[in-house]
Ligand binder design. Structure first.
Ligand code: EPU
Length: 431
């Protein structure tokens, strides 16, 4: 199993280029199931979750054509026929976002079988709201041997209010509504940029959608959708991770090819903390200062502070003056990185959904374990600021959502390398 070995203490300098948003690319790939025509997506990140989704679509009979070399961020998807409208357990268990195929399959094919995702490292994460939304559109939902089975004739437009805000739930039901008969009004929708990007793609495919990016989305259903070409928005979480990397190392970093408007909540907090931030059209420059101040944050749905940046921000706050209270409101179990950060010398106390980060504390390199995607990123950031060498195990979590993180950071001066197993498995040949 690969590990990252990081020697900390070097200020990063230079340019870090942001790729396409994983969490926008995943629903966009699922949207190809809504049409028999080809869909071409650009700016697709080359990360594990995208490869998993490609495999998932291929098992259903979708023809996929991923570019190579310089074109590796483009993918062609052609769901002319959907032979097996099913997402098997083997794939769903590695990636919950597989449930995004549910809405498109039931809308186009009239049936879908999708494995229930089960437990997940960052909390229970049920999909009840996806199912209620699809039921409101007329799908009959049953459960069978760990699978959700959805069946419908043509879906019917309806009025549906999400009990709580869900990103992929909004995307799933929105996709289904595009092919429903009549008008659908969805209330209490997620307003994330990834939802807006999906709506932009669906609109290019012929869907009639109003209000994406607001809490109420209205869809006039159409009988069929057609093919489209679409460029995925930049990954705001990768951008935020790079910004924190610049600050935590006291470096001077320009984060390019990003969308600063999507990073506003983070940038406001960083400015309050005393960071030097300058914002351009599609780039953000940060310069390290002697000492940041602790600033409390509570995660929230967009446009609030992203839960996907909470772990990275916690690493940064270990180096700030004072005590920062970090409250996680979206997921009930997303502080696993705190314990690993403490092993590196941080002083973080957990009180239910709140973490109290007292700083500044010097960090020292240690052997640590990545527990989920963003927790892994926070350990990388802490390691960049730590004295000595850190070895991060289980970085397959990182590879789900960051493309060549170590190469990008190395180009900005980080001493970081990927290694295979340090101790050969028993029975394995050395050499
Ligand atoms: N929830 C329910 N029922 C549902 C759906 C959600 O109770 O049917 C709850 C969840 O358990 C959670 C809250 O609602 O407590 C919000 O979950 P949401 O559905 O918004 O999360 P998601 O759609 O499963 C997406 C991102 C996550 C990101 C969250 C929150 C994708 C593929 N994933 O997940 O990204 O953390 O929104 O912003 O878009 C990541 O990239 O590392 C990641 C975990």
């Amino acid at each position: 199993m690969d590990k990252l070995v990081i020697r900390g203490g070097r200020p990063l300098a230079g340019t870090l280029r942001v790729g396409g948003a994983k969490n926008a690319a995943l629903p966009a790939m699922a949207a190809c199931l809504l049409t028999a025509d080809p869909v071409t997506l650009e700016n697709i990140p080359d990360v594990r979750d995208i490869q998993t989704t490609r495999r998932l679509l291929e098992t259903m009979g979708v023809a996929t054509d991923a570019g190579a070399g310089r074109a590796k961020h483009r993918i062609g998807l052609h769901a002319e026929f959907i032979l097996h409208p099913e997402a098997p357990y083997e794939l769903v268990k590695t990636m919950r976002a597989s449930t995004l195929v549910l809405g498109p399959l039931v809308a186009r094919k009239g049936e879908a079988r999708v494995s229930l995702p089960g437990g997940c490292a960052i909390g229970a994460r049920p999909i009840d709201l996806h199912l209620k939304g699809l039921e409101a559109l007329g799908a009959a939902i049953t459960q069978d041997h760990g699978y959700v089975v959805a069946r419908a004739g043509r879906l019917r437009g309806a009025h549906y209010r999400f009990d709580r805000i869900t990103v992929t739930g909004t995307e799933d039901v929105l996709m289904a509504a595009t092919l429903a008969e009549g008008e659908t009004v969805l209330e209490n929708c997620a307003q994330e940029p990834e939802v807006v990007d999906l709506a932009a793609l669906l609109t290019k495919m012929g869907a009639r959608i109003h209000g994406a990016g607001t809490p109420t989305i209205t869809v006039q259903g159409v009988a069929r959708l057609h093919g489209a070409d679409h460029r995925i928005i930049p990954d705001r979480i990768e951008a935020g991770t790079f910004i924190v990397a610049g600050l935590i190392t006291g470096g001077d970093v320009k984060v390019t090819h990003c969308e600063p408007r999507h990073l506003e909540a983070l940038l406001v907090v960083l400015q309050q903390a005393g960071a030097q931030v300058s914002v351009g059209e599609d780039e953000v420059q940060v310069r390290g200062v002697e000492r940041l101040r602790a600033v409390p944050v509570a995660t929230a749905e967009y446009p609030g502070f992203a839960t996907d940046l909470q772990a990275q921000y916690m690493a940064l706050m270990t180096q700030a003056e004072g005590t920062a209270a970090i409250t996680e409101t979206i997921f009930e179990n997303r502080f696993m990185h705190a314990l690993e950060l403490n092993r590196m010398g941080a002083n973080i106390r957990l009180e239910g959904r709140r973490a109290l980060v007292a700083g500044p504390t010097p960090l020292s390199g240690a052997a640590v374990l990545a527990s989920d995607l963003r927790a892994s990123a926070s350990l990388v950031l802490a390691a960049l600021a730590a004295d000595g060498e850190t070895i991060i195990d289980r970085i397959y979590h990182l590879d789900r959502g960051y493309e060549k993180l170590e190469e990008k950071l190395r180009a900005a001066g980080a001493a970081i390398r990927r290694v295979g197993d340090l101790i050969p498995a028993r029975g394995a040949k050395a050499g």
